[in-house]
Design a protein around this ligand. Structure first.
Ligand SMILES: Nc1ncnc2c1ncn2[C@@H]1O[C@H](COP(=O)(O)OP(=O)(O)OP(=O)(O)O)[C@@H](O)[C@H]1O
Ligand SMILES: [Mg+2]
Length: 221
């Protein structure tokens, strides 16, 4: 499903450079729910951004669902692959401030010309936000925005969900609900999930756990 081949990421140039990933090769199977741990600044968000083609690796390749994303040089092609195959939950929700929650969740579908606000409304309801569909992100709590951002990531029925600390602002009960929901989607819908978290309990719900440390991805579970 996801294959990293000799992946290296170096920020900057010359003396100022910072190597975050060095020659990482790994496969994540379809339907696998993987948790990614690692100290702050170790490169977890960098790895997710690379897989989502929001950034380019210094060396190596990333294959997603049989396609070599690294070979796609045109943003239009990258964007299409991203919109049709992937959902992304950003570390800092990434909701557009001038749009309502409903519009934010609807946006990925609208960009594919497949708008259907009822589906966005259903997703909001699933995350306990049905009543807030018409509010702006600024009028919501951090946890509500985070749940809306998960709803948006699922809008185009992705095969791959990339979630960067999606539960950082949620209370314990909501957190477990999200972990259970992710585990169910991976099991029943074959959704491949890569989730960054600092929450050690997340490991109980995942098939695999890796730690990013010293430029390498090491298996923990
Ligand atoms: N665009 C950039 N240019 C230069 N350096 C960067 C850039 N983005 C990130 N870095 C550096 O790369 C390292 C990894 O950053 P990254 O955001 O991937 O860490 P992280 O593991 O997600 O951390 P956190 O848990 O705090 O979110 C950090 O030292 C960061 O300062
Ligand atoms: Mg990060």
């Amino acid at each position: 499903m996801i294959e990293l081949k000799h992946l290296t990421k170096i920020y900057g140039q010359g003396q100022e450079n910072l190597c975050v990933l060095e020659d990482v090769s790994l496969r994540f199977a379809r339907g696998q729910f993987t948790v990614l741990l690692g100290p702050s600044g170790s490169g977890k968000s960098t790895l997710l951004n690379l897989i989502a083609m929001l950034d380019v690796p210094t060396a190596g390749e990333i294959w997603v669902d049989g396609k070599n994303g690294t070979a796609l040089k045109k943003e239009a092609a990258r964007s299409k692959l991203r919109l049709t195959k992937m959902g992304f939950v950003f570390q800092f929700d990434g909701l557009l401030p001038e749009f309502s929650l409903l519009e934010n969740v609807e946006l990925p579908a609208w960009m594919l010309g497949k708008g259907n606000p009822q589906k966005a409304q259903k997703l909001l309801e699933r995350f306990g936000l049905g009543e807030m569909a018409h509010k702006l992100p600024a009028d919501l709590s951090g946890g509500e925005k985070q749940r809306a951002s998960i709803a948006r990531a699922l809008r185009n029925n992705p095969v791959l969900l990339l979630a960067d600390e999606p539960t950082g602002n949620l209370d314990a009960q909501r957190k477990v609900q999200v972990f259970e929901d992710f585990a169910r989607m991976s099991r029943e819908e074959g959704l491949t999930i890569l989730m960054v978290t600092h929450d050690v309990h997340a490991a109980d719900f995942a098939h695999a756990v890796f730690e990013l440390k010293n430029r390498k991805l090491l298996p923990v579970k």
